[in-house]
Design a protein around this ligand. Structure first.
Ligand SMILES: *[C@@H]1O[C@H](CO)[C@@H](O)[C@H](O)[C@H]1NC(C)=O
Ligand SMILES: *[C@@H]1O[C@H](CO)[C@@H](O)[C@H](O)[C@H]1NC(C)=O
Ligand SMILES: *[C@@H]1O[C@H](CO)[C@@H](O)[C@H](O)[C@H]1NC(C)=O
Ligand SMILES: *[C@@H]1O[C@H](CO)[C@@H](O)[C@H](O)[C@H]1NC(C)=O
Ligand SMILES: *[C@@H]1O[C@H](CO)[C@@H](O)[C@H](O)[C@H]1NC(C)=O
Ligand SMILES: [Zn+2]
Length: 375
């Protein structure tokens, strides 16, 4: 029941010997090519100021890993309900340091097209600049970036073929009489308690249980398996111009709420400095609405310290159908905000003073231990 059948091609034929190729199970190599927005042959000619159908984003991912084999690998995360492979890109500089992880996903809601456009922009910016920009080099010394460009692939394709304003996934419910789960109500954070619906007809249908959807399961299993190392979890949405902190399911605040607020406000200031766009910062319950089962709340609950939802442009003029003419400016300003968050994460974990503290603690500990071992 694929909504779309196009030309088939073998990923393996396009990218012989590409780094990371062996990580794909054979059955995942075949992809559907969608309609073409703007043909490009080489990565330099990819248009980052256009919206791209899923087939082009798959091809873009292959080209990215082919062009930057020294820093990028592509990894299989899981399959969508309609059996499409989900891949994330890992940007990582070789290092002996134990590193932390930035997780960023885009496109959990199908119609929020600016989000996948930003994930692609982010990857491009990092790769084009990591050699020359000391700021990015510094971040990559201690952080690996994991980017999932389109989380809700089935829904995203459906917005291209059938219904531009589709939000949910495409799993069938109630004997195939209704379709789609809101994947951002399907995480295991006070699941379906508030701001979510048990009725599949609704936009905020929470699914049949926490992590009932394969897309949610794929992301949550992966995040869970790396949670000790993930310093920062960013999930990109539109629209509303908001930086949202936990929580949505309660008005209670997370233990590091003040810090999250400060880091978020600083990011909003950096964003505004670029093109003058105003953002508001606060917990979802405080400044947007109550929601349960969101990935942001879940990530914070399993112990990831910096967890944010970004609601990108605009503020209601075009809503989900943000014109392509605004992609570049939106991505430029959002890049400033994300880098600001990452700078703060960096300062928290690796600033000179903290490194000093860690070292002296380690020295004291080892002294203590050498005494203990004498007893
Ligand atoms: C890339 O774009 C440039 C400028 O539009 C064009 O001249 C060139 O032929 C393109 N290259 C390829 C390989 O498509
Ligand atoms: C689904 O269809 C089956 C067989 O027709 C029926 O027994 C069942 O009650 C239906 N379930 C729902 C939720 O409609
Ligand atoms: C959801 O979390 C609760 C406790 O927080 C746990 O008992 C339960 O097993 C989790 N469910 C899933 C599907 O992971
Ligand atoms: C909010 O905090 C109160 C007081 O600590 C606690 O009793 C309550 O269970 C919390 N609510 C949620 C939804 O976590
Ligand atoms: C968005 O628009 C509303 C209504 O025009 C306005 O009240 C609000 O301040 C705007 N928000 C931002 C962040 O510009
Ligand atoms: Zn959304």
């Amino acid at each position: 029941m694929k909504p779309l059948l196009g030309t088939f091609y073998l990923l393996g034929m396009l990218v012989p010997g590409g780094l990371g190729y062996d990580r794909f199970p054979a059955q995942h190599r075949q992809e559907v090519v969608d309609k073409v927005v703007s043909p490009w042959r080489i990565l330099e000619n990819y248009s980052y100021d256009r919206y791209h159908p899923m087939g082009e984003i798959y091809q873009w991912m292959s080209q990215i890993r082919e062009n930057y084999p020294e820093v990028v690998t592509q990894h299989f995360l899981g399959m969508t309900y309609e059996s499409r492979p989900m891949y994330y890109l890992k940007i990582s500089q070789p290092s002996n340091n134990p590193k932390k992880i930035l997780w960023m996903d885009c496109g959990i809601h199908a119609r929020e097209w600016i989000a996948p456009a930003f994930c692609q922009w982010f990857v491009k910016e990092i790769l084009q600049n990591y050699k020359d920009s000391s700021r990015i080099r510094r971040l990559l010394k201690n952080l690996d970036f994991y980017v999932l460009p389109v989380l809700n692939i089935d829904g995203y394709i459906y917005t291209w073929t059938t219904d531009r304003l589709w939000r949910k996934s495409r799993s069938p419910h109630d004997n195939g009489t209704c379709f789609g789960t809101d994947l951002n109500r399907n995480f295991n954070a006070s699941w379906c308690s508030v701001g979510a619906s048990h009725n599949c007809q609704d936009l905020t249908f929470c699914g049949t249980g926490p992590e009932s959807e394969p897309e949610t399961k794929a992301v949550s299993s992966f995040i869970e398996s790396r949670k000790e190392n993930i310093a920062c979890f960013l999930t990109m949405h539109s629209y509303g111009q908001l930086i949202l902190l936990p929580y949505g399911y309660t008005e209670n605040k997370s233990s590091n709420h003040e810090e999250l607020l400060q880091v978020g406000q600083k990011a909003a200031n950096a964003l505004k400095a670029k093109h003058g766009t105003n953002y508001r910062v606060g917990s979802s319950a405080d400044i947007l609405y109550a929601t349960s089962g969101s990935s942001r709340d879940w990530a914070r609950d399993i112990g990831i310290p910096f967890s944010y939802t970004f609601e990108l442009r605009d503020n209601g003029t075009y809503g989900f159908v943000l014109p392509e003419a605004q992609i570049q400016a939106t991505c430029e300003e959002t890049m400033e905000a994300v880098l600001s968050v990452l700078d703060d994460v960096y300062e928290k974990y690796w600033s000179a003073s903290r490194a000093g503290k860690v070292t002296s603690t380690a020295v004291v500990l080892s002294l203590l231990m050498s005494f203990t071992s004498l007893l």
